[in-house]
Design a protein around this ligand. Structure first.
Ligand code: G6P
Ligand code: MG
Length: 235
């Protein structure tokens, strides 16, 4: 990518939160499992995997695919989602700075040291709570979350808002994601998609990571080469 004849690479890195910076999946799983159980719905890890990166109400609809009780009104569905969130928030209270891997903090610190602007881009309405409980918030120049957007991923809104808060054009931002919906949102935003965890195998990703510190091998020097062929971390 060039700007005024000068090569411009990535200047901002936007991180998804759940499944990338912190492992809240287990709490989402526990809270949804309790709700599903109260409705007589079978729920397991495989069903939970479908909810990764999916908004709260959309997640509820996926769970209700197996519901066979009397029809539920919109109000009742909202109450169910609120109940799940109440349980989830209770579980989140066990989080603290030790809930974050040291390598995650070291990676954020090194990227900041290299001059990258860092943001969080999460569909979660609990993102700020998680950032406060873990102490991660201090590493970010901007936070774009479920409270500040109207459309969850795969809509690009959350990432476009993050880039705007960073003061960068989308083409100068990379997105680190563990969910297909997030990779789709990054592509729709015109950002460089970086896959980790469940998204590492996604063919749309420019870089695929086994672990977060691998970002340091890609994001250094001339990052304009990252716009070329897809790069893969050695397994
Ligand atoms: C993230 C998680 C999803 C979650 C969504 C909404 O995208 O990966 O599993 O459903 O946020 O989170 P919230 O905390 O607002 O229910
Ligand atoms: Mg995620």
């Amino acid at each position: 990518m060039t700007e005024g004849g000068t090569k411009v690479g990535i200047r901002g890195i936007i991180f998804d939160l759940d499944g990338v910076l912190v492992h809240t999946d287990q709490y989402h799983f526990e809270a949804w499992k309790r709700l599903a159980g109260s409705l007589g719905i079978y729920f397991d890890e495989a069903a939970n995997a479908r909810l990764r990166g999916v908004g709260r109400m959309e997640s509820l609809e996926i769970i209700l695919e197996r519901y066979s009780g009397p029809p539920l009104s919109g109000q009742e569905k909202c109450a169910l989602a609120e109940e799940k969130n109440r349980v989830y928030q209770g579980l989140l209270q066990t989080m603290n700075p030790d809930s974050v891997a040291l390598e995650t903090v070291d990676t954020l610190s090194a990227l900041k040291g290299r001059g990258y602007r860092l943001a969080v881009g999460s569909s979660s309405r609990n993102a700020k709570t998680i950032l406060d409980l873990t102490g991660l918030g201090g590493w970010f120049d901007a936070v774009s979350d479920g409270v500040s957007i109207t459309r969850a991923k795969p809509d690009p809104e959350v990432f476009l808002k993050a880039a705007q808060l960073l003061g960068l054009p989308p083409g100068q931002c990379a997105v680190v994601e563990d969910a297909a919906s997030g990779i789709e949102a990054a592509c729709a935003a015109g950002m460089l998609p970086v896959g980790i965890g469940g998204a590492a195998g996604d063919g749309r990703c420019r870089c695929r990571l086994n672990a977060l510190p691998e970002l340091l091998t890609y994001f250094q020097g001339d990052t304009s080469i990252l716009y070329g062929a897809a790069l893969h971390s050695p397994r």
